[in-house]
Design a protein around this ligand. Structure first.
Ligand SMILES: Cc1cc2nc3c(=O)[nH]c(=O)nc-3n(C[C@H](O)[C@H](O)[C@H](O)COP(=O)(O)OP(=O)(O)OC[C@H]3O[C@@H](n4cnc5c(N)ncnc54)[C@H](O)[C@@H]3O)c2cc1C
Length: 387
């Protein structure tokens, strides 16, 4: 019989299965045993980047000639699904910040820039972050106020960025700034290096979830950036942001699916052990139905994600489906993790409990990479409901 697993599997080949196996082993041996401590400390060791690179799992979708895995969108998603078996979305977000930071270099950069910036990042030698959001411009990218003014062979940057993942530890920050007043065509990407005069980390931010991922507010105060660090022509930044959204949102949908899968596993394991009123929790029908609902959401998430990723791989530009997949995964993960906390009872509210962490971690999925409301705006536009 052609069951659902065969449907998913026909989209993958042996390189995907091998890759997932490596990622999963890495998560279970190199992350899960230490994750509680890293979460409490608010960061994971820098050595993890190098270990991940040595294991061949960092930057799976970066072309092999630039130090990556040379894989496709499914490799990128399987990295997310597999790393979540380390039981922290924060570790995944931090370790994977190159996946949002490097595409502008790959899309706009010269050969020399790709070699200088992408290769050391893909090899785990350098850390990369993407800085678009500002205190007064998040969903509305056209509101970006950080400016770059050309002076001789340099640009002088002034302004600030906020909520930047890996921002406190990044060596290379891909920054979107304003080079002219045109709301969209006046935006340009630069690579700012740690140590450039006038660049500083203004604040390490405390968050509801993603504790093991550092999140920063960055400040540019007459920061001098050589022309060699401008990516593409002036004004080419906004299109590069848009070009990057499809895969970024697809990966976030994979974050949701992966978290929901782990929360379901944790809950199914717990109900077989925990006893109340002389029975295991698994014997109560209300618990069975909760788990059935959770399993249904996990499968629905996976189906929508894999169908949509297949369209991305075939260059069909499935804008509407990606937004739907991201929104669905964000809601599904929230519901699944909520049920998991309930099933664990008091233990589900304790910091030592994996589902407590996942419950907090998944809340970001309707906010980062474009909010749920912005996804719905795009879906409406794609469907011709609004102009
Ligand atoms: C943990 C974390 C990590 C992040 N990492 C990064 C990073 O690495 N790099 C980076 O650049 N950014 C990052 N961000 C920022 C993130 O992308 C933004 O928070 C997100 O885009 C939303 O922007 P905002 O916070 O300014 O919200 P706002 O844009 O102010 O939105 C506030 C509310 O208004 C709603 N809204 C806005 N416009 C509309 C509209 N047209 N119609 C209907 N509703 C609307 C939104 O949906 C939302 O509910 C991160 C954020 C967090 C929390």
């Amino acid at each position: 019989m052609f069951g659902p697993d065969e449907f998913y599997n026909q989209l993958l080949d042996s390189s995907h299965f091998d890759f997932y196996g490596t990622v999963r082993r890495f998560a279970e041996t190199e992350i899960a045993p230490y994750v509680f401590q890293w979460e409490e400390e608010g960061e994971f060791p820098l050595e993890l980047f190098r270990k991940a690179a040595r294991a061949g799992i960092l930057g799976p979708a970066i072309p092999a000639e630039y130090g990556g895995g040379g894989g496709d969108i499914f490799h990128a998603m399987l990295l997310c699904e597999g790393l979540l078996w380390g039981k922290s979305m924060g570790v995944l977000a931090g370790l994977n910040s190159l996946a949002i930071a490097m595409p502008p270099v790959m899309i706009l950069g010269t050969e020399e820039q790709k070699k200088n910036f992408v290769i050391p990042v893909a090899q785990g030698q350098k850390i990369a972050a993407l800085a678009i959001t500002e205190p007064n411009a998040g969903s509305d990218v056209s509101g970006i106020q950080t400016r770059a003014e050309k002076k001789g062979n340099s640009y002088i940057l002034n302004g600030s960025k906020t909520y930047i993942t890996s921002g406190t530890r990044a060596d290379f920050i891909t920054v979107l700034v304003r080079t002219s007043s045109d709301p969209y065509r006046g935006l340009t990407f630069f690579v700012v290096e740690k140590g450039f005069q006038g660049f500083s980390v203004a604040n390490k931010l405390k968050k509801m979830g993603w504790w093991a991922s550092d999140t920063a507010e960055l400040s540019f105060n007459d920061c001098q950036v050589p022309v060699t660090h401008r990516l593409g022509e002036e004004g080419s930044g906004f299109k590069a942001v848009m070009d990057n959204f499809l895969s970024e949102r697809m990966r976030l949908a994979a974050y949701g699916h992966g978290c929901a899968e782990v929360a379901l596993y944790e809950a199914e394991t717990y109900v077989k052990q925990r006893r109340a009123f002389g029975k295991t929790l698994a014997e109560f029908q209300v618990i069975q139905h909760k788990l059935a609902r959770m399993a249904t959401l996990v499968r629905a998430c996976k189906s929508l994600n894999y169908m949509t990723a297949d369209s991305i791989r075939r260059n069909l530009n499935p804008i509407e489906a990606v937004c739907q997949a991201k929104n669905f995964a964000a809601e599904a993960a929230k519901e699944v993790c909520d049920h998991a906390v309930q099933i664990f009872g008091g233990m589900g509210y304790m910091r030592e409990c994996v589902v407590e962490r996942l419950y907090r971690d998944v809340r970001i999925l309707g906010i980062g990479g474009g909010t749920s409301e912005i996804m719905n705006e795009i879906i409406s536009k794609q469907r011709g409901i609004r102009a």
